[in-house]
Ligand binder design. Structure first.
Ligand code: ADP
Length: 872
């Protein structure tokens, strides 16, 4: 029955229907299906456990990414997939780079480049400083030019009057600039270059900085923002230190223009003639953060304290920008539309003051992830060479970020699958060990035969002496290989046989085998150097090469069998380590179980440290331990018993350390006050996908929050709106109408100051937010009473009103709070929880007496239609 139905379906798909004409709708559906199948035919299927990464927009990050992905053995799509269906989409610029995504994870949050621009960032931090002056004291005082030019002039005058020593200096940076472009130092407002009204920030120049070898430096610290709702933030334990290339001196009017002295950007200083490219840890104009810390430690500085402070700075800064990110996110990815979720690597520039206080200079939303550096080989010609220090920092950062954000299920499954595959392979080889033994014996015989032949040949040659002929004035030596009929003629001049030839003689096998054995190719190739010339034992280089080749083939063949033993052993040791119970694995199912066991243990039970069982295996696989498995051959036992040095298996440690929620959430949760106002703002926006509040929206906000009860009239609201719009015009270069979130915040501050004044700014603001939230909650419940569609569909048993999934975060919060039902939220990137029972909802509704049960709406229309039909 089902087969015939299937056949009919496929017939329809092919456009053939033998019984009747297809209806228009069916034709359309079939057409769509055909289209879909066509697309899918183009997209090569991948196993469902495989983690796929789209690299079509990765550009500058490509090298590092490919290195990581090859190591992880994940599937890469350098040109993207036709159906856009990948687990991770890596984009080097911003979220908007690829607008066609409807799933997976993207490595950029929408609008973050704008949020992290200097102008925006310091304004946001200033607003936080207004509430928490003690917490937000980690960045230099900032003026926003050109609109605060007057203020700057006034402040400079005041400072000069006080005769502060040394005379204050200021640094001007273009808002949209990067890599030190357009930055200059000034001491007077007259020196400020009014640049077509382009936005600049002017900061107090931090002249009392910590120096190493008399050079100024700053740190690049990486943080990974895994999600914003709930907030999950990690810090990379390793970073970079970028040094200036001219010894530092306090700014004077003579040295203000010396960029190589005052700026530490790599992109600027690499052009300096004194740029030091040393690859040693403790030297060079670019170093790892750990090497700088080690050096400071040696000189008695408390680097742990500095690092703690840096961690706190990062958490506080992220908390400050989260409200803006939520608004951008809601606009770019409305909750009712399919779309990707986001994560991001951020680069924090931190300058260390002489008193060891770290200061934030800026956040880079797209920090450079290049792992090569430019070297000028001749004037005007640059060459890109690998940069080991960059690799040391950036490769683990990218790899661990990928592991952090990849679907956990797939990561676990993939790892256990790999283990199982290896395990099965081992088992298969183990089962066919008889065949292996035979093979080994045959190989042994062949080797002995070859050795005998070689020996014989050498003796013959020694007695005969090589045949020498002279041609073109060059003496040629003729040798015949013992096991071939080819006579090799070799000029005596080229004592070193071409390396290429030797390499060819070594096959391509090492690279293939490395994948499996994880042995470096050099193990096999490095021997070349010793055998380039005629050998000590009288063999010529080619004979040696041949011998080496046969040895190598033997070795590789041996390795094949050894790998089996080694892998069995690895699995066993891992299993022993993890369970300390079973000593031997005897059948396939046991191997599978062990593989699964330690994978899941590794990846899931590590808390905020990620562990990867494969890396553990990779680390050990060079060590062969013969004890315990009882299934190695005798020869193997001998070999392995020779290797006495055994490296203890270390669990793989991620370079990422969680900062939020653990351990800093408890301390800094209280700073997230503006997020509550962001929710109010979102409710007032009304129209989804909007980021700016129009005059009507602002009035709606005032009405919903019942500000008129506090004596704020509609006219006051309108005037306030116009004032704020004008005040925040400069951060709206596109001149779109309405009030952005920061303008709205300013307006809220103004209202709070006027009507809720109660001690400190923070207390005043808290009172204002409480008042707004209370009134909004009532308004939500009122609306839910009036509009049946305002209750969640899932929360509604038959006959209760319906709510479109998530009307707004506030409404979702209210319903969540009161019904205990978790609503959908794209911000959360969480899944729906199962709706609570109908009785729960019923109880809630009755208890609150706010909502009446509504009987199911009668389908009046259709009934009428049925009646009409009956009549006809
Ligand atoms: P860009 O985005 O162009 O790199 P930054 O804000 O990172 O701009 O500044 C570039 C360099 O200028 C920094 O690496 C630092 O060395 C120096 N610098 C920036 N701001 C200050 C400051 N307030 N005090 C001292 N040096 C600064």
């Amino acid at each position: 029955m089902s087969a015939s139905k299937n056949k009919r379906n496929t017939d329809i798909l092919r456009g053939i229907d033998f019984r009747r004409e297809l209806t228009f709708r069916e034709k359309k559906v079939a057409e769509i299906k055909r289209e879909k199948m066509k697309i899918l035919a183009d997209v090569k299927p991948v196993p469902k456990y495989m983690i796929t990464v789209d690299l079509s927009h990765a550009r500058g990050n490509l090298d590092a990414l490919r290195m990581c992905l090859t190591e992880l053995e994940w599937k890469q799509y350098p040109f993207g997939r036709k159906d856009q269906h990948c687990d991770i989409h890596w984009q080097c610029q911003n979220f908007e780079q690829n607008p066609d995504l409807y799933g997976g994870k993207v490595n950029k949050f929408p609008g973050i480049s704008c949020i992290c621009s200097k102008n925006n960032l310091f304004r946001v931090l200033d607003q936080m400083r207004a509430l928490y002056p003690d917490d937000y004291d980690f960045y230099p005082r900032t003026w926003y030019l050109p609109e605060q030019l007057q203020q700057l002039a006034h402040d400079i005058r005041k400072m000069n009057e006080k005769r502060i020593k040394p005379r204050p200096t200021f640094i001007v940076k273009p808002d949209a600039g990067s890599q030190g472009e357009g930055i200059y130092l000034i001491r007077d407002v007259q020196d400020y270059l009014v640049n077509n009204g382009r936005a600049n920030v002017c900061q107090e120049y931090l002249c009392d900085v910590f120096l190493i070898d008399k050079f100024k430096f700053d740190f690049r610290v990486y943080a990974v923002l895994k999600s914003i709702e709930p907030l999950e933030l990690y810090i990379c334990k390793e970073g970079l230190a970028r040094f200036s290339t001219v010894p530092y001196e306090s700014p004077t009017s003579k040295n203000l223009h010396e960029t190589f002295m005052h700026l530490t950007n790599y992109s600027l200083n690499k052009k300096s003639s004194t740029f030091n490219r040393s690859e040693r840890d403790d030297e060079g104009s670019k170093r790892t953060l750990s090497s700088v810390f080690n050096r400071m430690k040696r000189h008695g500085y408390n680097t742990d304290r500095i690092w703690k402070r840096i961690e706190h700075i990062i958490v506080k800064t992220i908390i400050a920008i989260i409200p803006d990110m939520k608004i951008e996110m809601l606009a770019a990815l409305p909750p009712n539309k399919p779309g990707p979720t986001c994560f991001q690597i951020l680069g924090f520039d931190i300058l260390l003051l002489h008193n060891l206080k770290p200061m934030l200079l800026e956040i880079n939303s797209s920090p450079s992830l290049r792992i090569d550096s430019e070297v000028e080989v001749s004037p005007g010609i640059v060459e890109y060479v690998p940069s080991p220090k960059d690799e040391e920092v950036k490769i683990p950062l990218i790899r661990d970020t990928l592991l952090l954000v990849a679907p956990k299920k797939k990561v676990n499954y993939l790892e256990s699958w790999k283990e199982v595959v290896h395990g099965e392979e081992m088992l298969y080889k183990k089962l066919s060990s008889k065949r292996q033994k035979k093979k080994r014996a045959r190989r042994e015989r062949r080797r002995q035969k070859h050795e005998e032949e070689d020996k014989k040949h050498r003796e013959e040659e020694e007695s005969r002496g090589p045949v020498q002929t002279e041609r073109d004035g060059v003496i040629h030596v003729e040798t015949q290989h013992p096991r071939s009929s080819i006579i090799i003629i070799k000029s005596q001049e080229d004592e070193d046989p071409p390396k290429k030839m030797h390499r060819e003689s070594s096959f391509l096998l090492p690279s293939v085998h490395n994948v499996f054995t994880n042995r470096p190719e050099t193990d096999y190739f490095n021997k070349d150097q010793n055998h380039n010339s005629i050998g000590n034992d009288g063999m010529d280089s080619l004979t040696l090469a041949y011998k080496e080749r046969t040895d190598f083939v033997d070795k590789v063949e041996e390795d094949e069998t050894d790998i089996v033993d080694r892998l069995i052993h690895d699995n066993l040791t891992d299993h022993e380590n993890s369970t300390a119970k079973d000593e031997n694995l005897k059948n396939n199912s046991e191997i599978k179980r062990s593989a699964n066991d330690f994978c899941v243990q590794d990846i899931e039970n590590q808390g905020n440290e990620i562990s990867h069982s494969r890396y553990r295996n990779n680390r050990n696989n060079s060590d062969i331990n013969s004890q315990g498995d009882g299934c190695h051959d005798d020869s193997k036992m001998e070999e392995s018993s020779n290797s006495e040095e055994e490296v203890e298996s270390e669990p793989y440690e991620s370079c990422l350390k969680m900062l939020y929620p653990e351990p800093l959430a408890k301390k800094y949760e209280c700073l997230r006050i503006y997020e509550k106002l962001a929710e109010v703002f979102i409710v007032s926006l009304g129209v989804r996908a909007a980021q700016r509040l129009g005059p009507t929206g602002f009035r709606t906000f005032a009405r919903k929050c019942r500000l008129n009860k506090k004596g704020i009239t509609n006219a006051t609201i309108d005037i306030l709106f116009i004032d704020m719009q004008r005040k925040w015009e400069h951060v709206n270069p596109e001149r779109t109408t309405g009030l952005g979130f920061r303008g709205f915040l300013d307006a809220c501050h103004e209202i709070a100051r006027r009507k809720f004044a109660n001690g400190s700014t923070l207390e005043t603001m808290e009172d204002f937010i409480d008042y707004c939230q209370e009134n909004l909650r009532e308004d939500q419940l009122f609306q839910a009473r009036c509009n049946p569609r305002l209750l969640p569909r899932r929360a509604r048993p038959h006959g209760y009103p319906i709510l479109e999934p998530m009307v707004s975060p506030v409404s979702s919060l209210i319903v969540e709070e009161q019904t205990g039902i978790l609503l959908d939220s794209r911000l959360h990137a969480r899944h729906y929880t199962k709706p609570s029972s109908a009785e729960d909802v019923d109880q809630f509704l009755r208890r609150h007496g706010q909502l009446r049960a509504i009987k199911p709406r009668k389908r009046v229309k259709s009934r009428n239609r049925i009646k009409e039909k009956d009549e006809t």
